[in-house]
Design a protein around this ligand. Structure first.
Ligand code: DX5
Ligand code: ZN
Length: 217
């Protein structure tokens, strides 16, 4: 699949979301950060908002659920039109069942790990997942500093994927910018979320192209 750039709209202007998404037409996906004020101390979108966004753009939506009880709630985001749905393993009770349920609803199934959650215990789950998300900040807010301590985990996850011969994509999210994207790509990530780097740029689409070029270098 190659390198994919997935801007997060968390740092976009929420009063003009349709226009903001139109400013990243060169992106591969739109990353939608769903927060519930319980799993993380912040509150953002729900399924109704995801449904409206999905109808407003040709880009596929990548819903990142930072919520409690994804076993019960994640499927609603697939039904709302998100083409990829990511749940956090720290919140999921039955991650295998949940991944299978997401796939059966036509979504790509993805699982996220907070920075301190190790990847090795989940090695056997990789074939059940279309994507693994490694958080490179503590989830909850945009604009935080990239955590370098996660880079060895990116490398370890890539090695496990190679070992199992799976097609699972490896996404990184948090503090990804022109300064940090190369070390993530070098360690083996192939899908890059960038929020503040894209939306604080004067020309978001141009930043998407620059991030892509840096990751491909
Ligand atoms: C953080 C979110 C990220 C956030 C990234 O909890 O999951 O997607 O929007 O924003 P930046 O790129 O600014 O760290
Ligand atoms: Zn995110």
């Amino acid at each position: 699949m190659g390198i994919q750039i997935t801007p997060s709209i968390l740092n976009a202007d929420f009063a003009r979301l349709g226009e903001e998404v139109a400013r990243i037409s060169g992106a591969d996906w739109v990353h939608v950060d769903v927060m519930d004020n319980h799993f993380v101390p912040n509150l953002t979108f729900g399924p109704t908002m995801v449904e409206a966004l999905a109808a407003s753009t040709d880009l596929p939506l990548d819903a990142h659920l930072m919520i409690e009880d994804p076993d019960r709630l994640a499927v609603e985001y697939a039904e709302a039109g998100a083409r990829s749905v990511t749940f956090h393993v720290e919140a999921a009770r039955a991650p295998v069942r949940l991944a299978r349920e997401l796939r059966s609803h036509g979504a790509r199934a993805s699982m996220a790990l907070r920075p301190a959650t190790p990847v090795e215990p989940y090695e056997q789950l990789l074939p059940e997942l279309d994507m693994l998300l490694l958080m490179t900040v503590e989830p909850g807010f945009g604009g935080q500093k990239f955590l370098d301590l996660v880079v060895p985990k990116i490398r370890a996850a890539r090695a496990l994927m190679d070992k199992h011969g799976v097609e699972t994509w490896l996404q990184v999210d948090g503090g990804v910018s022109l300064e940090t994207i190369e070390r993530c790509a070098e360690a083996g990530a192939d899908v890059f979320v960038a929020g503040s780097a894209v939306y604080s740029a004067g020309d978001p689409d141009r930043m998407v192209a620059e991030l892509r070029a840096a990751a491909e270098a």
